[in-house]
Design a protein around this ligand. Structure first.
Ligand code: URP
Ligand code: ZN
Ligand code: ZN
Length: 460
């Protein structure tokens, strides 16, 4: 099958020009002005943007968490991803404390086998680093192509590791060319505040927010950056939300250390005012919580200063019935929200159209940087001859509203209900196949494949 995309405005992280793209099989075969070639299918992209399929490196599909499972599985989550122009996700395999990493990997292979509609990879979340886990790292990197290792500095008793384990893991991962990523908040400080509020009978979702003040994230981010500097490992902070954490990264750059940073759309666009809505605020109970407007400004600035390289979602949806597990106690509300489908449209509408970021920065944040950081470039994240034909044809003028009635997440509410956005992913190609067109999905579960990743670099 060959596809010719004609007359589009081709946007990459480096360039912006009018041209045509010829796709043959799974790859981009040619790019040029007015390509004079025949193709099985022609897509007229006049007045449209053509950019690389998005990569969301932070999603949780079918994840056991806080006594339940995130509500999107591999099929529904990757379907929502495609409708929103994301052609690849990186999910988290969670080691169960006391068990091996390979046990966890088996579980996740079962969850995803034959079910994914878009491409995917895994980060390995190490929740119990010990002598035996240590021996599994090399083969994960070299044989399985899983090169990033997620750690949690919070969620004690379930996911958190201590600094001793962190340093041990960093040393082992560095030896084999991998990367350590982190949920950087101080779990002990947070647990102290949670217990204090519970003992005072302060139990509404507002206290979820108040139990994770900015300093809990700033402190952990700084400690993590120091440990990464000390062990010389490539490091990445997930879902960074606030000015204090960004300052820690800025300081690290003074000693010529690069710690990659990801923020998520919700931290750029939503703020802690949403915790004043009684139990409805459970919709936005996530960790870290939404922050203040001054933090949003800091994050946009951090993006334009090159300190924040990736915008993900931390997509971790729960239906309302699941959120209601915490009706009487905020600490029992499953943490997370749905966001995967609307990441690119929201960032375009609120970021590019409001002059906060350039179009090329938009592409870098949503696709190219993640591909480079996580060892998939130039196979993924760019429009270049020989790259996978993961391509979005985007109408920058279409106005539409986000709603749970129309989204594809398996979740009965939207975190952005009623938001009007300008710009829509019209046609989405996944490795040369038309995956979404005319608001219909054209690929079956199982089309998405596992992408093995290369070792990582400290510089992109
Ligand atoms: O609230 C969140 N973020 N839920 C998912 C788990 C995590 O911490 O990323
Ligand atoms: Zn997290
Ligand atoms: Zn997460």
């Amino acid at each position: 099958m060959s596809i010719l995309i004609k007359n589009g405005r081709i946007v990459t992280a480096e360039a912006d020009y009018l041209g045509d793209i010829l796709v043959e099989g799974e790859r981009i075969q040619a790019i040029g002005a007015k390509l004079d070639v025949k193709a099985d299918k022609i897509i007229d992209a006049k007045n449209k943007l053509v950019f690389p399929g998005g990569i969301d490196p932070h999603v949780h599909l079918d994840m056991p968490f806080m006594g339940t499972f995130s509500s999107d599985d591999y099929t529904s989550g990757t379907t929502a991803a495609l409708f929103g122009g994301t052609t690849m996700v990186i999910d988290f395999v969670l080691q169960e404390q006391g068990k091996s990493l390979s046990d966890a990997l088996k579980t996740w292979r079962k969850k995803s086998k034959g079910k994914a509609c878009c491409d995917y990879s895994y980060h390995m979340a190490v929740t119990d680093f010990n002598e035996s886990t240590s021996k599994e790292i090399k083969s994960l990197i070299q044989k399985q192509g899983i090169t990033s290792f997620k750690t949690f500095m919070a969620y004690k008793g379930a996911l958190m590791i201590d600094d001793n384990q962190m340093v041990g893991l960093m040393n082992e991962v560095r030896k084999h060319g991998g990367m350590v990523t982190v949920h950087a908040t101080n779990g002990d400080m947070i647990d102290h505040l949670v217990e204090k509020f519970r003992s005072e009978k302060k139990l509404t979702p507002l206290y979820h927010y108040l139990s994770q003040p900015e300093i809990t994230e700033a402190e952990a981010s700084s400690r993590f950056a120091d440990m990464a500097f000390y062990t010389d490992v490539t490091a990445y902070i997930v879902h960074m939300t606030c000015e204090g954490a960004l300052k820690a990264i800025r300081l690290a750059t003074n000693r010529n250390q690069k710690v990659f940073a990801e923020t998520c759309v919700q931290y750029l666009l939503l703020d802690a005012g949403l915790y004043e809505k009684g139990f409805e605020s459970a919709k936005w109970v996530m960790s870290p919580p939404l922050r203040e407007k001054k933090d949003q400004e800091a994050l946009w600035a951090g993006i334009n200063q090159g300190l924040v390289q990736v915008v993900g979602t931390d997509h971790c949806p729960f239906n309302w019935e699941q959120k209601a597990m915490g009706k009487e106690d905020f600490s029992k509300i499953p943490n997370g929200h749905p966001g995967l489908e609307h990441r690119m449209e929201l960032l375009f509408s609120e970021g590019v159209l409001k002059d906060r970021i350039s179009l090329s920065t938009f592409v870098a944040l949503t696709a190219t940087n993640a591909a480079k950081i996580f060892g998939m470039h130039p196979q993924k994240g760019c429009l270049a001859v020989g790259s996978d034909a993961d391509i979005v044809i985007f109408n920058p003028h279409t106005r539409h509203k986000i709603s749970a009635k129309t989204h594809h997440h398996r979740c009965d509410y939207s975190a952005y209900e009623g938001w009007e956005v300008v710009g829509k992913c019209e046609t989405v190609l996944l490795r040369g196949q038309v995956a979404v067109e005319h608001q219909q999905l054209h690929v079956a579960p199982g089309t998405g494949k596992f992408i093995k990743r290369d070792t990582v670099s400290k510089i992109i």
